[in-house]
Design a binder for this molecule. Sequence first.
Ligand SMILES: NC(=O)c1ccc[n+]([C@@H]2O[C@H](COP(=O)([O-])OP(=O)(O)OC[C@H]3O[C@@H](n4cnc5c(N)ncnc54)[C@H](OP(=O)(O)O)[C@@H]3O)[C@@H](O)[C@H]2O)c1
Length: 305
Amino acid sequence: MSVVGTGQFFGSPEEERDKLMRSLLEQKNKQSSPEGIPVVTLNDGNTIPQLGFGVFKVDPDEAERVVTQALEAGYRHIDTAAIYGNEEGVGRAIAKSGIPREDLFITTKVWNDRHLDVEAAFEESLQKLGLEYVDLYLVHWPAPKNGTYVQAWKQMEKLGDRAKSIGVCNFLPEHLDTLLAEATTVPAINQIELHPALQQRDAVEASKAAGIAIESWGPLGQGRYDLGAEKAIADAAAKYGKTPAQVVIRWHLQNGFIVFPKTVTRSRMVENLNVFDFLLSDEEMAAITALERGDRGGSHPNDLN
Ligand SMILES: NC(=O)c1ccc[n+]([C@@H]2O[C@H](COP(=O)([O-])OP(=O)(O)OC[C@H]3O[C@@H](n4cnc5c(N)ncnc54)[C@H](OP(=O)(O)O)[C@@H]3O)[C@@H](O)[C@H]2O)c1
């Protein structure tokens, strides 16, 4: 899918389809196995499981239980952030799991009030997580009114080997342009709000052009709208015997996006992983893509400072 240094993170539709068909065949007999989740190669050469597990709004008291169950279900990629307040619980679940560190992919993020203090914020996150390193460290928001994200990035670039990959979240094309004009390291990731009703095509295109892989946050629309009420999603769900959430997760995967739906519900953890035994057709993909309506659930990136 991705080739380092070329700026190509998404193959042609035919290449994406072939790759997914191969992964389907490989996974036929090992549903939900960690090894069965496809990986994306980032512009720094590191790989990331394309399907993971998010923990935004997971109560700190619940985080250990939730992440333990997610790891048991087969997730190996966990997305947290300092601002979520649950890094300690995530860390306890990791420590108790007994899963070799190298088999896990852990992401956390620096909050807006630490843009000028990234190294110390990073140390605090590592300590709370109980980890020697994270696989991905992200600038959580550009917070452009503060005028500090380039300075934050300069510090991100100096974190060295304890942040295996570095990236950004919620960067619009204008923020990427400003950053790239000053950066030594191109971000590996841009994590943006992305679901059928808000697809941020400008940010996706600008990221792709710079060789930056896209992570979709709020991939299920954060539960704000009924996915099954959308005919395109309901029709595919009925055809394949899948749930609306599973259809939408597949739409992300087939678009080449990295995705980590959040749930505190054990059965949904399993459900959201069980997406490798069907393939949406080009027509079904297009019908879901046509659901774009600019429905932003989170803050506009220029407004959260
Ligand atoms: N960088 C950023 O600024 C940013 C912002 C927001 C989120 N994120 C990251 O992205 C992750 C995912 O986004 P999100 O948590 O905001 O939203 P989401 O994953 O789109 O939606 C989570 C909601 O969907 C429900 N849900 C999960 N699976 C379901 C299923 N199979 N059927 C029906 N409902 C289902 C969950 O309910 P229950 O939990 O009650 O089961 C929860 O209410 C976050 O956890 C976080 O790691 C990043």
